[in-house]
Design a protein around this ligand. Structure first.
Ligand code: ACO
Length: 329
């Protein structure tokens, strides 16, 4: 039994925030942000929009494009580190109800920016084992809600958005669309390089004592940068070697959209051609678990990604986690 990606959808909030707008909040400039990251804009949810709202719109589009009814979904997997509510209920359950997937299980996947890569592999495992026939995999984030808008080291880097795919049992012959392989890793020794220090069971919020900034995202940017470059080359080397492929046989690499300099450095270190790497972070910034499905959606909509193309996704993020998926689209 094989699994394939049947369709993809995306949604970003209407509000578009430029680098210049950020100069009103922190001591920064369009020049610094663009030259250090490749980012020019990001989309920001309004006060009425939570992660499940973004996820809902992306999911409806993916369902329509796969010509599926909601009750044909067996499982909803939602990768996020910005759930509607902390810990419970899962945001996946909220989306499952709203789309009307009455016969589906639902759970969140927490692997930060690698969450969608983990979600795709989980879906593949369910489908190829026979445990599910059709799985909705979503990456959705509202990072604007967990950013410290006074911290220029982090607030310029992120945006909000959602992407979704339908993974289903492939009825096609071998050689057609198929999710071929994945690589998932965690390096938990780096857990404290990217985290929200307060608000969990380790350091609960104490009224009158906890500083609100400590409930927001903290990042050691330099360490994450070093980790990310190595993680990207490790993922690509591993997936290519294990599948007896060379980079020439890959049509597209779809990296997590964190920073153009990370992508360029990984290409240089690994000897990979930059033109195979899709980027759209200039428009959306880092949307964490949503960045890879948003990229896939844009590639399909612009005819850049076609059936039969060989694709490798590469994710890295808090955990520290990293991984990738090899897909014949
Ligand atoms: N505007 C202006 N100056 C800034 C800004 C800003 N927004 N941010 C930092 N600076 C300053 C710093 O204060 C520092 O000044 P100093 O030398 O006087 O101390 C200077 O710029 C250089 O800072 P560096 O940290 O050395 O800048 P660097 O070139 O490393 O770029 C960056 C910083 C973009 C954060 C980079 O380290 C990076 O991309 N790291 C990885 C981040 C990432 O990918 N995070 C997401 C991971 S995915 C997830 O799971 C969420």
């Amino acid at each position: 039994m094989t699994a394939k990606v049947a369709s993809v959808g995306m949604y970003v909030p209407q509000r578009r925030m430029s680098n210049n707008e950020l100069t009103e909040l922190v001591d920064t400039s369009d020049k610094w942000i663009y030259s250090h990251t490749g980012i020019r804009n990001r989309h920001i949810a309004d006060d009425s929009e939570a992660t499940s709202d973004l996820a809902y719109h992306a999911s409806v589009q993916a369902l329509e494009r796969a010509s599926l009814e909601p009750d044909q979904i067996d499982l909803v997997l939602l990768a996020t580190s910005t759930p509607d509510y902390p810990g419970l209920p899962s945001t996946a359950s909220i989306v499952q109800d709203r789309i009307g997937a009455k016969k589906a299980g639902a759970m969140d996947i927490v692997a930060a920016c690698t969450g969608f890569v983990y979600g795709l592999e989980t879906a593949r495992a369910f489908v190829t084992s026979g445990a599910a026939r059709t799985v909705l995999v979503i990456g959705a984030e509202v990072y604007s809600g967990i950013l410290n808008w006074k911290d220029r080291n982090t607030c310029v880097l992120f945006g909000d958005g959602a992407g979704a795919v339908i993974v289903k049992r492939s009825d096609e012959e071998a050689g057609q669309s198929e999710m071929l392989d994945s690589f998932l890793r965690s390096r938990g020794s780096g857990a404290r390089t990217l985290l929200r220090p307060s608000g969990g069971s380790r350091t609960p919020v104490v009224p009158g004592e906890t500083e609100i900034e400590t409930t927001k995202l903290y990042m050691d940017g330099r360490r994450v940068y070093m980790f990310a470059v190595g993680a990207m080359t490790d993922v690509l080397d591993y997936l290519l070697e294990r599948n007896n492929l060379t980079i020439d046989q890959i049509d597209h690499v779809v990296p997590h959209q964190a920073n153009i300099r990370i992508i360029e450095a990984a290409c240089k270190r690994g000897g990979f051609p930059l033109e195979k790497f899709f980027t759209n972070l200039e428009e959306y910034a880092n949307t964490s678990a949503a960045s890879i499905p948003i990229a896939l959606n844009e590639m399909v909509e612009t005819d850049r990604l076609k059936r039969g193309d060989m694709v490798i996704t590469v994710g890295f993020g808090a955990g520290l986690t990293y991984g990738g998926n090899l897909i014949r689209w």
